[in-house]
Design a protein around this ligand. Structure first.
Ligand SMILES: C[S@@+](CC[C@H](N)C(=O)[O-])C[C@H]1O[C@@H](n2cnc3c(N)ncnc32)[C@H](O)[C@@H]1O
Length: 246
């Protein structure tokens, strides 16, 4: 499998430093994890470590894994800078058991990471692999910004707008896939450069998650449309899935 983030990793945090997570996302996890008595968590697509940092601030036992060596490299640097020591593993989330021995109260796969897999077979393989790393009654949390509503928005979106840097998403909507062309434009005195990264997401909406998670052995599937735990609907900006091992 190709690492789409091999080069992108080194500029990824232009989205924002890992310490700059959204407060409502932290509150969502605090409420959920308290209710579910979660003390240990694996972020299986940890990227540059934003949520590893957040969970460690919450006092949880945290481990991280990601397919991309470059993203892990940046995560490691980001965490070291904050004097945080978290075990990190280079691992495809379809095969977590190959690198990760522990079992967790919660596994998270956040910010549109799972849709990098394109077939039902791969998606179910990944969800089963996650289920097998969960303790009895453990929970899986999946989040994404692709929703019924966001799929109706204009195809060009400026997602970062700074004095010296702009990041633009150019989106191509298909029936089954969403292609995102990330255009990074550096326009400072010192750096005049443009880069393009192309990412193809499988479009997964609430009925897909219910079907795939049920097939993979999860129950009590809840789908929220925001971090205040309002039910998902056709105008939601987020799709947040919480499911329990059955
Ligand atoms: C959009 S980024 C999100 C990163 C992070 N979760 C965040 O919130 O910033 C998607 C991440 O999923 C990872 N990824 C994609 N396919 C993967 C796979 N099969 N196994 C593990 N990680 C994967 C990528 O390497 C990348 O770090």
């Amino acid at each position: 499998m190709k690492d789409l983030y091999e080069k992108f990793a080194y500029d990824y945090d232009e989205f924002g430093a890992i310490e700059e997570y959204l407060g409502d996302e932290k509150t969502f996890f605090e409420v959920l994890f308290k209710e579910q008595k979660v003390t240990s968590v694996l972020d299986c697509a940890c990227g540059t470590g934003q949520h590893l940092f957040m969970f460690s601030q919450m006092g949880l036992e945290v481990q991280g894994s990601d397919y991309s060596k470059s993203m892990l490299d940046i995560a490691s640097k980001n965490l070291t800078k904050n004097s945080i020591d978290i075990p990190l593993f280079q691992c495809d989330f379809r095969y977590l058991e190959q690198k990760i021995n522990d079992k967790f109260d919660a596994i998270v796969c956040l910010s549109t990471s799972l849709p990098h897999l394109h077939t039902d077979k791969d998606l179910v393989t990944a969800l089963v692999s996650m289920r097998n790393r969960l303790k009895p009654n453990g929970i899986l949390v999946i989040t994404q910004g692709t929703t019924d509503y966001t799929l109706t928005l204009p195809s060009i979106e400026v997602v970062v707008n700074q004095k010296d840097f702009s990041r633009v998403f150019v989106k191509e909507y298909g029936d089954e896939f969403l292609d995102i062309h990330v255009l990074d434009l550096f326009h400072s005195e010192n750096r005049m450069e443009s880069n393009q990264y192309d990412i193809q997401y499988r479009i997964l909406l609430q009925e897909d998650y219910r079907r795939l998670l049920t097939e993979a052995g999860f129950k009590d599937i809840k789908i929220y449309g925001d971090y205040d735990m309002n039910e998902y609907h056709k105008k939601s900006w987020r799709l947040i899935v919480v499911a329990q091992v059955s």
